[in-house]
Design a protein around this ligand. Structure first.
Ligand code: TRP
Ligand code: ZN
Length: 872
């Protein structure tokens, strides 16, 4: 076990910066192994702080340090692995430093590194300290001027803001100087240098300014940036119309790089993207890729206001920018693609990633209060639950007050670093309400369990609804308090027609009941018939809801709830109950038949949207189900879920075949939501047919694959063929590789597909693929395609009874940790839930975690997660 246990950082220990920096001048001489960085910082003491100047700096080779033009001797400054300290400095001075760094050997992909022969940077959260000495904290805002010099082979030299000058230099070199007029923290700094192609466009903003838009990509790939460009322009217009936010520089740039730890980064005026989230055309990208590109382009663009113009005081406030910006991108996607389908997808993602986190050893509040490595807190809780909290706020105060509060926030905090308290204060001020109870959503971890009971009085025509809530303890928070939970409720009669009612004398179709104590009751009157209660409409709060309603009510909802989220949810609830019953050894065959019949009717409902039907057909995921059965037995869950899929497949064969034929696309490919919805339904039909694998379906899937005119259908066909297996599958797999071997993003899909294979042979196949010449452990996309997909999306194979799946994952984590801790740490989570699994499996998972935690030289990133997962 390591002896030097790292010390956590606590929110309670926040102190303002001792020094402020008014101006930053950086001068880069780019070279693969010996980049020189000169920094000139105009520094002054903040308030009456005394003491030495302490700047962050890691992996820097010192060249010189000077104060007010005088080079300091060895005795006048100390440099260690983490800091530059100058004990004796005046109240205001100019610090000039020079360091050397080695971008080419930087495989952690933080700071300045090389990807595909180009220089690029990633500074959030604490990467700037690997570039130069600096107060690397988000509350030090400064104006940056950046000079970049390099060989002319690095044709484009980019940084934040506006290009001030550029030109040739002797010796085949050239330079560019950039100035960003907006003060910013160092984590938003960016630099790119290299040969790139550019797609250009323009947009006239609401005040009539023309903004140049440039997307830089691998040479030859400019056409594949067209969809991202279109998404960018729609995002810019949407933010003007929805939030009154206009873009502020004359130039907006995006650069795509293939080696990147996350999805994308909102550097001021120069967003950097993982190329998998930027480049798309019908031949190489699926509809899901198009959808994600649209939302991530919007997300990073929206950060310009929620993140860049207004940033975080400290990293505990991460959700201030991330939760809010996810809320904004989800709202954008809802407007672009349809609110109901978008909401269902967002909730599916929340349940798949955030709910398990919230119920495991890594549970943390939306605003945590301590951490070892902030990189570990870019989690589904901060992002997705953070967005849910904003959504509840809007539900509780209404859209007008929400907008007023946002306007006040932008007005008051523009140009500053601030906190979640100050954000919420804006809404408290515009509503005159005390939102201190609401604030608990930021401070309390865990998913509340809400239960609903009802009693209907036919004589009095009243309906009493009793709600209660309970949140289980999470690490460090043994006692939970009640949270204000908005529960949106509507009523249906037995035929599925909307039942009007009265609440406090007002006639309504729908109402929001706020459960703000452990228990609350509401009485609705004027209820003409025994109602079906449609509760938590639109998933109005991130909770798990149980009700006393009989299954027959769910069937009414599945057929006709006007709230499409709840219509879908009714199907999920029914399926979940049937699968759980079967996994526990008590299958309800009659119920399964009834469910299959109801699904058949829903599929034939001509009024409903194909994208919605595709979502109806997909049963709760195995990891979702694992939360409902504890201790979980992944093999039993897999078998039970497959049994229900097979029954649906048998029962609906004719309907599914009809859909598969009828939805064949004849028109030219279009990535729009309606066309994508038809492809999704057609592929979902094929996937369900393949749940009853036989020669006929194998041929259908193979034909689907061979006839595919786009990547969505190619993957759809190949996935279904995988479920049937055999020669035809192996041949198609080889064909796919051969056809796409020079397209890295498509080859990622080839790895990911095999990692999801439910067949017994999958673990062996996945382990074998790590030796495939195309496997690249150092590229996060390729690594995640195989390893993370297997561990997260193939539960029945990952949880192999021998423990070999766990050992495989742990081995990968340890190797990757030696060069890329941030990415290694993101692989730990699948082992973290060990307590939720049946004891034989849990023990094997725990053993791997212990092996990881005991490894010599482990990074803080992986250590923090492994240690927390093991803690009692
Ligand atoms: N701020 C980025 C976003 O959500 C994500 C991010 C955080 C990131 N840290 C990163 C991206 C490190 C790449 C590498 O938009
Ligand atoms: Zn973000």
């Amino acid at each position: 076990m390591r002896t030097d246990t790292p010390q956590p950082i606590s929110l309670a220990d926040y102190t303002p910066p001792a020094f402020l920096i008014d101006e930053v001048h950086l001068d880069f001489a780019l070279a693969a192994n010996t980049t020189r960085v000169k920094a000139k910082l105009t520094i002054r003491r903040n308030g009456d702080h005394t003491g030495p100047l302490v700047l962050n700096g890691e992996r820097l080779k010192p060249i010189s340090v000077a104060v007010d033009g005088r080079v300091l001797g060895d005795g006048e400054r100390t440099i260690d692995a983490e800091f530059l300290t100058v004990p004796d400095v005046p109240d205001a001075f100019v610090l000039e430093t020079e360091v050397e760094i080695d971008p080419e050997n930087n495989k952690a992909l933080e700071g300045l590194y090389m990807s595909g022969g180009r220089f690029c940077t990633q500074c959030e959260a604490e990467g700037f300290r690997k570039i130069t000495w600096y107060p690397d904290r988000p509350d030090v805002l400064s104006r940056f001027t950046v000079r970049i010099e390099a060989d002319k082979t690095f044709r484009h030299l980019l940084s934040n803001g506006n290009l001030m000058s550029s030109g040739e230099l002797p010796g085949g070199r050239h330079f560019a100087v950039w100035n960003d007029p907006f003060p910013k923290p160092a984590y938003l700094f960016a630099l790119v240098g290299g040969e790139l192609d550019v797609l250009e466009d323009k947009l006239v903003t609401m005040s009539g300014r023309t903004v140049d838009l440039r997307i830089f990509v691998d040479t030859g790939m400019a056409a594949r940036a067209a969809y991202a460009m279109d998404a960018l322009k729609r995002s810019m217009v949407w933010d003007e119309q929805t939030f009154g936010r206009e873009y502020d520089l004359d130039l907006f740039m995006i650069v795509a790089v293939r080696d990147f730890n996350f999805g994308a980064m909102e550097n001021k005026g120069l967003n950097i993207f993982n190329s998998s989230l930027l480049l798309a055309d019908p031949a190489t990208a699926t509809d899901m890729d198009f959808e994600r590109i649209e939302s991530v382009v919007a997300h990073e663009y929206f950060h310009n206001w929620t993140g860049d113009r207004i940033t975080c005081r400290d990293w505990f406030q991460l959700c201030l920018k991330e939760g809010l910006t996810v809320f904004r991108d989800q709202s954008f996607s809802a407007d672009m693609r349809g609110a109901a389908v978008q909401r269902i997808k967002d909730v599916k993602a929340l349940r798949a990633r955030q709910f398990p986190e919230d119920q495991g050893p890594l549970a943390h509040p939306v605003r945590p209060s301590s951490y070892l490595k902030i990189d570990n807190f870019y989690t589904a809780t901060i992002y997705e639950k953070g967005a849910e909290v904003i959504r509840m706020l809007k539900t509780l105060i209404g859209p007008e007050k929400f907008r007023e509060g946002m306007d006040l926030y932008f007005d008051r905090w523009d140009g500053h670093a601030t906190t979640v308290e100050e954000f919420i204060r804006c809404f408290a001020e515009v509503t005159g309400e005390d939102l201190s109870d609401f604030f608990a959503w930021y401070e309390q971890a865990g998913t509340p369990k809400v239960s609903l009971k009802h009693s209907y009085d036919a004589g009095a025509r009243t309906l009493q609804i009793d709600l209660s809530q309970h949140t289980a303890p999470t690490p460090g928070q043994p006692n939970k308090r009640p949270l204000p939970v908005p529960v949106t409720i509507g009523l249906l009669d037995g035929e599925g027609r909307t039942l009007a009612f009265e609440r406090d004398g007002k006639a309504l179709d729908q109402t929001v009941v706020v459960l703000d104590a452990a228990q609350a009751s509401v009485t609705l009157s004027g209820v003409d018939a025994a109602p079906v209660i449609s509760a938590l409409r639109g998933f109005s709060a991130p909770v798990t809801l149980t009700t006393d309603a009989p299954a027959k009510d769910r069937y009414v909802q599945l057929a006709s709830d006007p709230d499409l989220f709840n219509r879908w949810e009714a199907g999920q609830d029914l399926a979940r109950a049937l699968i759980v019953a079967r996994a526990k050894g008590a299958p309800d065959e009659v119920g399964e038949e009834r469910f299959a019949e109801a699904m058949g009717r829903a599929l034939n409902d001509q009024a409903s949207d194909p994208a919605f039907k595709a979502l109806l057909l997909s049963l709760p995921s195995e990891s979702d189900l694992a939360l409902a059965i504890q201790p979980a037995d992944p093999a039993a869950i897999h078998a039970a879920r497959e049994a229900l899929r097979t029954r649906l497949s048998l029962h609906l064969t004719e309907d599914l075949k009809r859909l598969h034929i009828g939805l064949q696309e004849l028109a030219e490919f279009s990535p729009d939501a309606a066309s994508a919805g038809r492809r999704a339904l057609r592929n979902a039909a094929l996937d369900l047919l393949a749940a009853n694998p036989r020669a006929e379906i194998g041929e259908l899937a193979e034909g689907h694959y061979r006839a595919a005119a786009n990547m969505t259908d190619a993957i759809g066909g190949l996935s279904a063929l995988m479920l049937v297996g055999g020669e035809a599958y192996e041949a198609a797999l080889a064909d796919f590789f051969d056809r796409w071997k020079s397209e890295p993003m498509v080859i990622d899909k080839w790895f990911a597909l095999q990692a999801r294979d439910p067949d017994e042979s999958a673990l062996g196949r996945v382990m074998g693929l790590t030796a495939h010449p195309a496997f690249e452990q150092k590229n996060p996309n390729r690594l995640r395609a195989l390893v993370s997909t297997f561990a997260n999306f193939n539960p029945s194979r990952f949880h192999d009874a021998s423990g070999a799946g766990y050992r495989f994952l742990a081995d990968q984590i340890l190797v990757v940790d030696s060069f890329n801790p941030m990415t290694a740490a993101r692989l730990v989570e699948p082992l973290g839930g060990w307590r939720r699994y049946k004891p034989e499996l849990g023990a094997l998972m725990k053993r791997e975690l212990a092996r990881i935690a005991a490894t010599e030289g482990l990074s803080k990133n992986v250590y923090e997660l492994a240690a927390k997962a093991l803690a009692e």
